[in-house]
Ligand binder design. Structure first.
Ligand code: AGP
Length: 604
């Protein structure tokens, strides 16, 4: 949520910042703005809407500046509410990602002291607060201001007379890209990659002071920190569209490759192998009592499938929790439990808070994360990286299939450790997943066929998605994909639940997607289709076999290769991703930047 980017170096800050914001726009795209420090003071430019194709952006001469792409929390989407915010006396500029919870109180106090405000945001209070404490030392003023702030921030601050930038982090991600006499400070790696791969991740409570000649990091109580320098593993090509019209389509089409990357080096004759699980302690996987998986959105859907697999393959009791719920009740977990947190971005605020809650209670934690070096990845203590490459489309696709793959292998490992399966069975299960990338590629060839189906439905208003067992979460995921990018109302249900309520919705205007590959429940699903057909509903079925009985029932059928039931969700989800994509495209929606959404939800 919100992207922030700062530059200090020897080049024109305005053009570097605008390019950086374009890379960060997937984090928020209501409005944007840039401030640079020039010999005429702080120059400011703010705009409503997307940065999109803005070319030749010129703000003035200056080699230090900050910029922001906004996802509104406090205050409507207007120019005055866009960042940067400048203090009422014109000396301090800030960009902020996060929420100042006590902003109303702070604002009232500052107004009494003669400060004025020009926006409705919570963030502007930081600019005036730093100004209030400024007596020639920006670091000290920011420190004192932040001591008053309750809430979260990834923050950049500059002063019209100081040739440096100040960055502070508490709960919202921030990293420094280290160049040659130039530094880039950003919410994530995407705007830094074109310039340097050397980075320093800031942690909560860190404050960094950056000049052209170097940087230093301290705690807010002034203890100097020696931060580790890391390397970004992404390439520039990975953060570009590579000839596709949308990032989402590129990411859907790239799934055979991203899946192979997730599997690479992890499948062996002795069973799955992961580096980085030793921290769990010898024998923990064998003796753990229970698994709890916590996540949000698409990652939560992947967790629901993993729950099924944990119980089926490893016979271990497993629960799945929305991270936002887990953290606000009294979860009964202890050192005998493994809490798995699943997150593409590794920055989702609710998931991070759930992780902290689990750690506080003494549980062992494990992350299934895509973004290397992200907050959750660093705080779990260890886990499994997806290596799916950067996912830029706001609608998550390739991360979902890679999450499934990583968890599937981990579950086989757990089952082996606990003696629930033999090494021969582990090899057989590994064999099933090894075939998945090839089958994915076959399904992706059906994109045109799926677009044809989309053409019959894109003008409607509703969709129902039904599946059973492992494919019930796939139905949920199909519905979520459609909702978020096409703004059509869609619901996912276990197919058998339909008769307990949703069946009332069915008429000739209600398309119903059945996720119905060959499985133990296939005959039952056919009966559910009969019930829909009898009420005039139009059926689109994702199936894996020829069946004349089915042909009589369905209006459209998308056939996928026959695979073992346990890996079927890896494939059944792909036609649903494509269906959502084509429907949204036909409706003229902004697929990579759906309204009201942002890629990484860093506020609660
Ligand atoms: C998926 O398409 C969504 N945009 C969203 O539900 C997402 O999966 C959720 O916010 C969790 O994100 P994370 O995996 O980065 O934690």
């Amino acid at each position: 949520m919100c992207g922030i980017f700062g530059y200090i170096g020897t080049k024109d800050a305005d053009s570097i910042i605008i390019n950086g914001l374009k890379q960060l726009e997937y984090r928020g795209y209501d409005s944007w703005g840039v401030t640079i420090r020039s010999d005429k003071g702080l120059l400011l430019s703010k705009h409503v809407g997307q940065i999109g194709e803005v070319k030749d952006f010129k703000l003035g001469k200056g080699t230090v500046g900050i910029g922001h792409t906004r996802w509104a929390t406090h205050g409507e989407v207007t120019q005055k509410n866009a960042h940067p915010h400048i203090s009422c006396f014109g000396n301090i500029a800030i960009v902020h990602n996060g929420i100042v919870e006590n902003y109303a109180k702070l604002k009232a106090k500052l107004i009494k002291k003669g400060y004025s405000f020009s926006s409705d945001t919570d963030s502007e209070v930081i600019a005036n607060l730093v100004c209030h404490y400024y007596h020639g030392d920006l670091a000290e003023a920011t420190r004192r201001a932040l001591a008053q702030v309750r809430g979260t921030y990834g923050l950049l601050v500059m002063h019209k007379d100081e040739d440096r930038l100040l960055a502070a982090r508490n709960g919202s991600p921030l990293m420094i890209g280290l160049g040659d006499h130039e530094f880039f400070i950003a919410s994530d790696a995407s705007p830094i990659v074109p310039y340097t791969k050397k980075v320093v991740y800031l942690d909560d409570g860190d404050m960094a002071f950056i000049t052209r000649d170097g940087y230093s990091v301290m705690t807010q109580d002034k203890k100097k920190l020696n931060k580790k320098e890391d390397r970004i593993t992404w390439s520039i090509e990975e953060i570009e569209k590579g000839g596709f019209r949308h990032f989402m389509l590129k990411e859907i089409m790239g799934q055979p490759e991203s899946m192979e990357n997730t599997l690479r080096g992890r499948i062996t004759d002795e069973g799955p192998h992961f580096g980085g699980l030793d921290y769990l302690g010898k024998g923990f996987l064998k003796k753990m009592r229970r698994v709890i998986i916590t996540a949000c959105g698409t990652s939560w859907h992947a967790a629901l499938i993993a729950e099924y697999l944990f119980e089926e393959i490893a016979c271990i009791p497993t629960e799945v929790e929305y991270a936002s719920e887990f953290r606000y009740r009294n979860p009964i977990v202890d050192e005998n439990d493994l809490v798995i947190v699943v997150s593409q971005s590794g920055e989702t605020a609710d998931t991070l808070a759930a992780l902290r809650e689990a750690k506080k209670k003494g549980a062992k934690t494990l992350g299934i994360i895509n973004v290397v070096g992200s907050s959750i990845a660093r705080e779990t203590g260890g886990g499994i990286y997806l290596h799916a490459g950067p996912e830029i489309g706001v609608a998550s696709t390739k991360a979902f299939t890679s999450q499934l793959a990583a968890m599937y292998l981990f579950i086989i490992l757990v089952a082996l450790e606990r003696g629930q399966i033999t090494p021969a069975k582990a090899r057989e299960l590994q064999h099933h997943i090894n075939l998945v990338p090839k089958h994915m590629a076959e399904i992706l060839k059906k994109s045109k066929e799926i677009r044809k189906i989309a053409e019959s439905y894109f003008e409607g208003n509703n969709f129902l998605y039904l599946g059973r067992g492992l494919n019930y979460p796939v139905a949920l995921e199909g519905a979520l994909k459609l909702k978020e990018i096409s703004y059509m109302h869609a619901e996912g249900y276990p197919a058998a639940e339909m008769k307990h309520g949703p069946i009332a919705l069915i008429d000739e205007k209600m398309p119903v997607v059945f996720v119905a590959p060959k499985s133990g429940a296939y005959e039952k699903i056919l009966s559910n289709m009969e019930e829909v057909k009898a009420r005039g509903g139009k059926i689109i079925a994702v199936v894996s076999q020829e069946d004349p009985a089915l042909d009589r029932l369905v209006a459209h059928k998308i056939t996928i290769p026959k695979v073992h039931e346990l890996v079927s969700p890896f494939l059944t989800v792909i036609p649903l991703q494509l269906l959502a994509y084509h429907i949204a495209d036909l409706r003229g929606c902004d697929i990579d930047k759906p309204r009201n959404l942002a890629k990484s939800v860093t506020v609660e």
